[in-house]
Design a protein around this ligand. Structure first.
Ligand code: IMP
Ligand code: MG
Length: 184
């Protein structure tokens, strides 16, 4: 495991994002839509840097694909419990790779006529983007490598790590690169 973003760097950047979002969304009473499972730690840290009233809800999707790549086939596992019509939404995700997962969710939520929909992603991979998304807030742009920690998993493990790390080939291989697993 190689640390690529330390705990300190994460905290510093999440605090900055919190400040920016607070300046932009104060008075709009937005709903923070946290995407499970990967977005749970980022969301929990981010909202503690928001200094204005907002609501939080959760949505859970699974991308069906290989263990380390997305196929674009997305299934809604748990829906929001809030009526979002006419509300400002901040969609909080862990990482955007191809953009297929977040695009599916954004399309799904747009059908519910929110006042606005803004994407917040902790990480964004620079290449392999299949969809051009207007991502408003991005924590870090990273190279196209598989990362874990701070909510992100490999085969449901490593989400608890307080940093973003890169699994090396041997670790990834020994856990088995299951084809056809679903991960959320
Ligand atoms: P996309 O649909 O290709 O944008 O994939 C997005 C989803 O795939 C993320 O929400 C993650 O769940 C997962 N994912 C993509 N890249 C990584 C990674 O490097 N580590 C862990 N999960 C990842
Ligand atoms: Mg995810």
């Amino acid at each position: 495991m190689r640390v690529i973003i330390s705990e300190e760097k994460l905290k510093e950047r999440v605090r900055e994002l919190g400040r920016e979002i607070s300046a932009d969304f104060r008075g709009k009473d937005p709903i923070i839509v946290s995407i499970l499972r990967g977005g749970f730690i980022f969301t929990a840290d981010l909202v503690r840097f928001l200094n204005f009233p907002h609501e939080i809800d959760f949505i859970s999707v699974s991308s069906y694909g290989g263990a380390t790549s997305s196929s674009g086939v997305v299934r809604l596992l748990r829906d929001l419990t809030t009526n979002v019509q006419g509300r400002h939404l901040l969609l909080v995700d862990d990482i955007i790779d191809t953009g297929l997962t977040i695009n599916y969710l954004a399309e799904n939520l747009r059908l519910r006529s929110p006042a606005s929909l803004t994407i917040v992603a902790l990480l964004e991979k620079r290449i392999k983007r299949e969809i051009d998304l207007p991502t408003k807030y991005v924590g870090f742009r990273i190279p196209d490598t598989f990362v874990v920690g701070y909510g992100l998993d490999f085969n449901q493990k490593y989400r608890h790590l307080p940093f973003i790390g890169e699994l090396d080939g041997i670790e990834a291989e020994s856990t088995g690169g299951n084809k056809g697993v679903e991960s959320s």
